[in-house]
Ligand binder design. Structure first.
Ligand SMILES: [Mg+2]
Length: 201
C-alpha cells in the first residue's frame, strides 16, 4: 500500500458539531415562508447535501410547491444567523491538540459542501486555520458530494495521490470513496482524535 500523504477532514459534523445549528438557522429563516424544517428531516435528508440541493428538494415538495429562487434568497439571512450563533466555535480539544503534529507528517485539507466564507472564519476563531493547507468549499466545485470532485480538487491542490478522508454523512463517505481514498466514518467530532490514533498508530 502507498504511504499516506494527506488527511482530508469534512467540516460539519467532523471538525465541529455544527449540524444542529445549521438546522436551527434554516428552520428560523424558512418559517416566515411557511415552511417547517424539523431536525429529523434535516438529519435524514439534508446532512452532507449542498444547501442549494436541499432547498431544491424542499421547494419541490412544499405544498404548494415554491420557487427555488425565493428560498435561495434566504441564504444570506441564514448565513448571518449562523455566524452570530457560532461566534466562539468549540472545537474538540482532543483533536485540536493533535493537529500540529499531524500537519508535520501530512498535508491537510478541509473539504466541505459549505461555503468557504462560512468555514474559514470558524477555523480562524478556533485558532486552527494554520494547520490546513487548503479549504475546499461548495462554491469551488461544479459537482458536490457524493460526487468525487471535492476530494479530487483537494488532492490536486495539494499534489497528493493518497489521502485519508474523515466524513460523517452518507454523501460525504461516498464522495471520499469515489475519489479513491481511504475513508473513516465519524459519528461525532469527539470521536475523531481516537479514530485517527487507531488508524495512524
Ligand atoms: Mg459532514
Amino acid at each position: 500500500m502507498c504511504a499516506l500523504q494527506a488527511i482530508f477532514f469534512d467540516f460539519d459534523g467532523v471538525l465541529l458539531d455544527t449540524e444542529p445549528v445549521h438546522c436551527a438557522c434554516w428552520a428560523e429563516v424558512l418559517a416566515p415562508a411557511g415552511l417547517t424544517l424539523t431536525w429529523d428531516y434535516y438529519r435524514d435528508r439534508c446532512i452532507g447535501i449542498d444547501d442549494r440541493d436541499m432547498l431544491r428538494t424542499m421547494a419541490e415538495q412544499a405544498v404548494p410547491p415554491r420557487d427555488w429562487d425565493s428560498l435561495w434568497a434566504l441564504y444570506p439571512a441564514k448565513k448571518l444567523l449562523f455566524q452570530a450563533r457560532m461566534k466562539t466555535p468549540r472545537f474538540e480539544t482532543s483533536l485540536t491538540a493533535m493537529l500540529p503534529d499531524l500537519h508535520r507528517q501530512f498535508k491537510m485539507a478541509v473539504v466541505s459542501s459549505s461555503s468557504v466564507t462560512e468555514i474559514e472564519p470558524l477555523l480562524v476563531a478556533g485558532g486552527i486555520r494554520e494547520h490546513f493547507d487548503t479549504v475546499v468549499g461548495g462554491g469551488d466545485v461544479t459537482t458536490q458530494k457524493p460526487a468525487p470532485e471535492p476530494y479530487l480538487l483537494a488532492a490536486s491542490r495539494l499534489g497528493v495521490d493518497t489521502a485519508l478522508v474523515l466524513e460523517d454523512s452518507a454523501a460525504g463517505l461516498a464522495s471520499g470513496r469515489a475519489a479513491g481514498f481511504e475513508v473513516l466514518a465519524v459519528r461525532h467530532p469527539a470521536e475523531v482524535a481516537g479514530l485517527l490514533r487507531d488508524r495512524l498508530g
